[in-house]
Design a protein around this ligand. Structure first.
Ligand code: KG4
Ligand code: ZN
Length: 356
């Protein structure tokens, strides 16, 4: 019997230092995620502090994952490491570690695109979350709507023109005086709020309502953030901000979710495919999941990763690396990190995408 390959995954693109040992497509034997706490002091990630924290912890994090899996570095068949996009200094820490480990073990190393990792995360837990599907990737740095007829074939339907969805939550939290990361704090505050009390705009939702219009799938969140800022300013002037925070948080969350869910449902309508896969930190949003579930209705399939696999983690990097390696794409020691690494297999969908 042939043994399934053993992959060591490493992720250091932003503020999580993570390592995972994956056996085949789904056997997560060891997984450690260290979230850097220091950025909470600044309301956002400080790149230089992130790089230094990765340097301090990467050894222990990788050791921890190997120990948990009960395997030695010499038993690993492949090292998969995030090569981009992300903070360049942070990426280089993981990449250098991964290349050195691969060289020491005499094993191949493969560079992984961070967003392709997010696309694979759900599949680690749900075998049904495979192509064909419509994907909504929503993280702190990216917002993309994709049609995925097969792994490695990514048709970009729409993306944000400015802030990413997670970034919008983070900035909104800051404006409201809530903690970083913003998504979870806004969700918590919104629990006791009325989302209809302070109507906020739904950017690019009521323009471009016909397939083929440039705004049909495109998204934008910076105008919404400005509307929030104006609302907060006027509530502050009236001395009512503190009591209104839950309602404002609920209104903001509802506006972002409405845009994301409506654009996703448009893609479902066009492709005729009712399987939707979520990825990235914002996939954690309960409001987003509920709205999509409701809109997809009976016969719709919504797959979302568990909280641990929706935010940055090395298990998804190991899984995506395995896919790339099986396609013969392992790199050499000249592998480099790129802050703006292009998404492999991504094509901009023009006009109607093919139905399958
Ligand atoms: O994927 P991720 O861990 O990092 C990036 O690759 O950027 O995503 C982090 C983002 C943060 O902006 C955070 O505010 C957001 O995910 N997030 C949420 C929720 N949980 C995390 N946004 C909305 N609702 C949530 N429950
Ligand atoms: Zn991410």
């Amino acid at each position: 019997m042939t043994r399934e390959p053993l992959v060591l995954g490493i992720e250091t693109s932003c503020d999580e230092t993570s390592a995972a040992v994956l056996r085949g497509e789904r056997g997560l034997l060891g997984h450690v995620i260290f979230t850097q706490d220091v950025h909470r002091l600044y309301g956002g990630v400080v790149p230089e502090l992130a790089s230094r924290a990765h340097l301090r912890t990467v050894d222990d994090v990788v050791d921890g994952a190997l120990r948990e899996a009960g395997v030695g570095l010499d038993e690993i068949d492949l090292v998969a490491v995030t090569a981009g996009p992300g903070l360049i200094g942070a990426l280089l820490v993981g990449l250098a570690w991964g290349k050195a480990a691969a060289w020491a073990a005499g094993k191949p190393v493969v560079g992984v695109h961070h967003m392709e990792g997010h696309l694979f995360a759900t599949h680690l837990e749900h075998p049904g979350a495979g192509p064909p599907f419509v994907a909504l990737l929503v993280s702190g740095g990216h917002t993309m709507l994709l049609w995925v007829p097969a792994w490695g074939e990514y048709h970009l339907l729409g993306a944000t023109r400015d802030d990413a969805a997670g970034e919008a939550f983070d900035k909104a939290a800051r404006i409201l005086g809530l903690e970083y990361p913003g998504g979870p704090s806004i969700q918590r505050a919104a629990e006791s709020g009325d989302p209809k009390r302070h109507p906020l705009p739904r950017p690019l939702l009521n323009r471009g309502e016909r397939l083929g219009d440039p705004e049909y799938y495109e998204m934008s969140f910076s105008g919404l953030k400005n509307a929030l800022r104006l609302l907060v300013r006027s509530l502050e002037a009236e001395g009512r901000l503190a009591e209104e925070v839950p309602h404002v948080a609920a209104s903001f969350q509802a506006a972002v979710v409405d845009v994301l869910a409506e654009k996703t449902v448009r893609a479902v309508r066009e492709t005729g495919c009712r399987r939707v896969v979520l990825g990235g930190g914002v996939a954690n949003s309960r409001a987003l999941r509920e709205s999509l579930r409701r809109r997809l209705g009976e016969g719709g399939e919504l797959y979302a990763p568990s909280p641990r696999l929706s935010t940055d983690n090395a298990a998804m990097i190991a899984r995506a690396g395995l896919f790339r390696w099986r396609r013969g794409e392992a790199g050499g020691l000249d592998l480099n990190a790129r802050a703006d690494l292009p998404f492999p297999g991504l094509v901009r969908a023009s006009g109607a995408v093919a139905r399958r």
